[in-house]
Design a protein around this ligand. Sequence first.
Ligand code: HEM
Length: 158
Amino acid sequence: MSTIYLISVFIHVICAAFWIGGMLFIPLILVPGIKQQPNRILLLYKTGIKFRFYGWISIVILFITGFLNMYFRGLPFTLEFFTNSNYGKLLSIKLGLFVLMLLIAGIHDFYYGMKSIDEMQQTSNHKYKLMARWTGMLNLLLALTIAFLGIALSRGGF
Ligand code: HEM
């Protein structure tokens, strides 16, 4: 097993931990922790923007190291592999969920997240806040499923 392959898997796992960890940290620690703060909306906004920046960097790195893992494992990049072998089919499901996660993360980070901050500052409505919460939870669920599939892949599939 080459060192470069191990480094690629290491970076892949650290980025997965960062992405999932941030999605757990904001609703479980940050939001309840700053509930009594008068400037909580600003804190939430600033933290959200910072996490969005590093979160998307980690997504790009996950994508690159994911394909590097395939390359170092000697897996073929052919349609036949992705559709006929068990390992390839599992990888296709993982990639499909990854694309879905990207779409939902985009909607959450660049639309509902921003709108909900405006809403909290201007009105007492909860429409965007609810949508931001639901898209965030769905994304967490998707990321956890993708991580589970990754762990199965590393051990040869089901
Ligand atoms: C949110 C996105 C992703 C997450 C959370 C994630 C997470 C993980 C985790 C936790 C592992 C298990 C590592 C181990 O147990 O050793 C893994 C392995 C793997 N992932 Fe991902 N991954 C993501 C995206 C991708 C993408 C886009 C690809 C592209 C092909 C990919 C390809 C792989 C491969 C091939 C492995 C097996 C590594 C090996 O054993 O050589 N992943 N992933």
